[in-house]
Ligand binder design. Structure first.
Ligand SMILES: [Ca+2]
Ligand SMILES: [Ca+2]
Length: 178
């Protein structure tokens, strides 16, 4: 069958999807239409690309001939992490990670992270989870690291937090703190 773009709100310079012909090979039940999205640094609303299938051969089209693809922007916020208090002690001094964003603060920003390092939760410190939300109106959120005073003699141990994704935003350097 043939396919082509028949509209949508995305300007033509945001993506590439030339008109084409799609063949689902014998023995397969799917084939893919190659849509390339071009990254930029401009804050934009979600924008759409509408693709239609037509001229089927050896098949008929069902009711869903048009698909609307949505390009989600990733430029509203740039998110990074630093250790504002880089050392913690078992005697009760917590340390602190600060997850901060640059850009508008009008909405909540959900940030996912991964925790690694030689220390283990919950044996050595209270678990940090794997996400935080920077609330609307705030440019950062603090993530305290609270050590557990255990009876084992530990060497100096590390906790490393690496940002992995931010909904509708991008991760920038420094994306990791210890
Ligand atoms: Ca971008
Ligand atoms: Ca953009």
């Amino acid at each position: 069958m043939d396919y082509r773009v028949i509209g949508g709100t995305a300007p033509a310079n945001r993506y590439s999807l030339p008109d084409g012909t799609l063949t689902i090979p014998a023995g397969n039940s799917v084939a893919f239409i190659p849509l390339r999205v071009f990254d930029d640094n401009i804050v934009e609303p979600p924008q759409t690309v509408k693709v239609v299938l037509f001229n089927p051969s050896n098949a008929t089209l069902d009711a869903i001939k048009v698909h609307t693809y949505t390009i989600l922007d990733d430029d509203a916020n740039s998110t990074s992490i630093t250790a504002t208090a880089p050392s913690a002690t078992e005697s009760g001094t917590p340390s602190n990670f600060r997850i901060a964003r640059a850009g508008p603060t009008t909405s909540n920003l959900l940030v996912h992270f991964q925790v690694t390092g030689t220390a283990s939760a919950p044996t050595d410190y209270s678990p940090l989870g794997n996400s935080v939300t920077i609330p609307a109106g705030a440019a950062f959120v603090d993530l305290p690291l609270v050590p557990v005073a255990n009876r084992t003699v530990d060497l100096t141990e590390t906790v490393v937090v690496t940002l992995t994704s931010a909904a509708g935003g991008k991760i920038v350097s420094p994306n990791q703190a210890q």
